[in-house]
Design a binder for this molecule. Structure first.
Ligand code: 5GP
Length: 194
């Protein structure tokens, strides 16, 4: 098991409805040393890529993306969730359905901060059905930017997102892939990775 898998086993809580709670170390209270290690691990996995910006989505993606952007020495841009509709023109817009909240949000990024010269590493905390990542890919495409790779802290491998994104041909790296989890027994099974 790698460092993140070990931490998930120790402190993650399996909830009914295929939700893994990691709020004691990742997305409510945050373990900064763990986040720094996540940053170093993504730098190692995407070491051969020339990244100009890291792109993520608020709110919990920001905590993961921050140490990654610091490792690469590049700016971090995060897509904002927005309810206003009168924003086209200055903004790239995508629609994202939330797995955890079951609602739809428009996410926006100012055209000032992404463009055709950008080579992006897209980062998020979780990958479930892939809506958040597809929204970020849509924004990257609207900007004419190149998606060099996508990095996820925890992929739920029993949901379709990972397969869809890999089938598109993207280089997707997930630090922990949960293949099964059982809310009653509290067990978590990880996919073996090199
Ligand atoms: P997707 O768009 O891939 O269906 O879901 C990804 C988003 O939903 C992530 O940004 C994450 O915030 C949230 N999410 C999905 N599954 C889980 C989960 O099991 N636990 C937590 N804490 N968040 C999740």
């Amino acid at each position: 098991m790698n460092f993140l898998e070990e931490r998930i086993v120790k402190d993650g809580i399996v909830k009914p409805g295929n939700v893994l709670k990691v709020d004691s170390f990742l997305n409510h209270q945050m373990d900064i040393a763990l986040l720094d290690e996540i940053g170093r691990e993504f730098k190692r996995r995407f070491a051969d890529k020339k990244i100009t910006k890291v792109l993520t989505i608020e709110a919990s993606g920001i905590a993961i993306a921050y140490p990654v952007a610091r490792e690469f020495g590049v700016p971090l841009v995060f897509a904002k969730k927005s309810k206003s509709i009168n924003i086209e023109g200055e903004m790239y817009v995508a629609e994202v359905e939330s797995f955890t909240h079951k609602n739809k949000n428009q996410v926006i990024v100012s055209k000032k901060f992404l463009g055709p010269d950008d080579h992006l590493l897209i980062i998020d905390d979780f990958l479930a059905n892939g809506c958040a990542l597809q929204g970020l890919i849509t924004i990257a495409e609207s900007a004419g930017a190149t998606v060099e790779g996508l990095g996820i802290a925890i992929e739920k491998g029993f949901q379709i997102g990972g397969r869809v994104i890999r089938n598109f041909g993207y280089h997707l790296e997930s630090l922990a892939i949960v293949d099964a989890m059982d809310a009653e027994k509290g067990t978590i099974t990880f996919r073996a990775q090199d």
